[in-house]
Design a protein around this ligand. Structure first.
Ligand code: NAP
Length: 467
């Protein structure tokens, strides 16, 4: 049996892993593949638009690569189409040979301690989405005008982004694509001290050296580390020597140098705390004002990796705002198998399973964070997509495909009155956002309200049609 030509593939999501999947398919099959990228939002690029910090435009520039992938004649973007609302998995199965889930992990893990429901306790995901103008988070309020002390739980790169945005001079953001509401709030911010709470030691800090060094280079900010916490206990010292990555060794060196140097009297501080985890959040009038932290010690697990274990010692820290930067969490999508612990789609090397360790669902695949969990940099998703595409191509060769009866999903979407945002629509919206940004002295003025974005898309579409 010859593989069908063209191979029709539905990709659910339009972030990095979705584009890298389209690219790997294009490279393997040339013009013999059609990829339709669906997104529930009217705009593409997932976390590159809604997650990467506005002062990291060099990272956001990866969209230039995605724009080249979109030039392929078999590529289509179908924005404003939500799986589970406008289309069901069954609809995709009757229109495509293969379905790829690339919808990432959309929410943030919440803290699991008493007091987590107090006002001013948020996930980092909410804050990141807010300053990026993500439609899900644009309405949020962060009372920066009355906050001097901020505690961030976790010390990964998301914690770094949040800390940097809180501590940097907001004027450095003014010319970027930061959301206007966020810039206004950051301009009135009283935040003077951000404390990172790492439950393990400096050798296990999850941030990249470049990220902590970037904060240390901010003109008004001291990075402060307690020498006692910067010192490695014997377990970590041995682990670092044996298993530590070069980045972890660089982190330890940097933190110990900061500890030795001490504060230099700059007006803002980033305090990097180690071996501490929140035990309880306390507040007044419904708002958080104190974090009770528990000291941790490290114990080797079966693989020899140092893991945190609580001790009986606690201390209190003042905090007017608390962010949980303890990882993203996938949310269930109707009709798609879901593993609730990490919130991923259960899969075996990218082939979707009906349940964890269950049977393969032919023709369904996962890539990116919804495949492997919320870890890795943008580039990690390229290798990850290539691996899933290798499985897809093997299945195509073996005839293990869905059996679509229809070829065009457009008629079904039109029948359901879904106003699909095409790639051409997006290009016009993109040009509009950039032109509007230029007028205001910034890179881009994002349209953050999806209804407004859709109205604008229709208007730009009509005026393009009328020449
Ligand atoms: P992450 O790197 O996994 O860091 C999560 C942090 O939360 C770790 O410090 C972890 O400590 C801690 N943690 C987890 N559960 C906890 C709990 N219950 N109590 C206290 N602490 C807890 O995740 P992330 O910061 O969300 O980043 C996700 C991925 O995106 C990462 O791969 C990151 O590098 C990437 N990213 C990159 C950039 C960039 O390159 N600029 C920016 C943003 C994100 P343990 O280590 O002890 O588990």
């Amino acid at each position: 049996m010859h593989p069908p030509t063209p191979l029709r593939v539905a990709i659910v999501g339009s972030g990095p892993s979705a584009f890298y999947t389209a690219e790997a398919l294009q490279k393997a099959l040339g013009e013999a593949v059609r990829t339709d990228l669906f997104d529930r939002l009217p705009v593409p690029f997932g976390l590159v638009r809604g997650g990467v910090a506005p002062d990291h435009q060099n990272i956001k520039a990866v969209t230039k690569v995605y724009e080249r992938i979109a030039l392929h004649p078999g590529f289509r973007f179908l924005g404003n189409v939500q799986l589970g609302r406008d289309l069901q998995v069954q609809d995709l199965a009757t229109h495509y040979h293969q379905i790829v889930y690339a919808f990432g992990c959309e929410s943030g893990q919440r803290l699991d301690v008493p007091g987590r429901d107090l006002l001013s306790v948020h996930t980092a995901t909410e804050f990141v989405g807010w300053y990026n103008g993500h439609p899900d988070h644009r309405h949020r309020r962060f009372d920066l005008a009355h906050a001097q002390h901020v505690a961030i739980v976790g010390n990964g790169n998301v914690a770094m982004d949040v800390a940097r945005i809180l501590l940097a001079d907001p004027e450095c953001l003014a010319s970027t694509d930061v959301a206007d509401h966020a810039l206004a709030a950051l301009r009135s911010s009283q935040v003077r001290e951000v404390t990172l709470l790492g439950r393990r030691g400096p050798a296990q800090a999850a941030f990249s050296p470049k990220e902590i060094e970037e904060i240390a280079e901010l003109p008004d900010v001291d990075v402060v580390v307690d020498p006692a916490e910067a010192a490695l206990e014997p377990l970590s010292a041995a682990w670092l020597e044996r298993d530590g990555a070069r980045s972890q060794q660089r982190n330890v060196k940097f933190l110990q140098e900061r500890a030795a140097a001490g504060a230099t009297g700059r007006k803002k501080q980033l305090r990097c705390r180690f071996l501490v985890a929140p035990q309880q959040l306390r507040g007044r009038a419904g708002c958080v004002d104190t974090v009770v932290v528990q000291r941790m010690r490290l114990e080797a697990d079966a693989q020899g990796t140092p893991r945190p274990v609580p001790t009986d010692t606690t201390e209190t820290l003042a905090a007017d705002l608390v962010f949980a930067a303890i990882g993203y969490q996938g949310v269930p999508v109707p009709g798609v198998p879901h593993e609730p612990k990490q919130g991923i789609v259960p899969n075996r090397e990218g082939r979707v399973l009906d349940r964890v360790a269950g049977s393969e669902l032919p023709g369904q695949y996962a890539v990116g964070w919804c495949k492997r969990g919320p870890t890795g940099l943008i580039g990690t998703n390229s290798l990850d997509a290539k691996a899933t595409v290798a499985a897809m191509l093997a299945d195509r060769q073996a005839g293990r495909l869905l059996a679509p009866q229809h070829s065009a999903i457009d008629a079904l979407l039109a029948q359901r009155r879904v106003d699909v945002v095409t790639w051409a629509d997006w290009q016009r919206l993109d040009a509009h956002e950039q032109a509007e940004g230029k007028r205001r002295g910034k890179l881009r003025h994002k349209v953050v309200d999806p209804e407004e974005a859709l109205a604008l898309v229709r208007r730009l579409r009509d005026s393009a049609a009328s020449g």
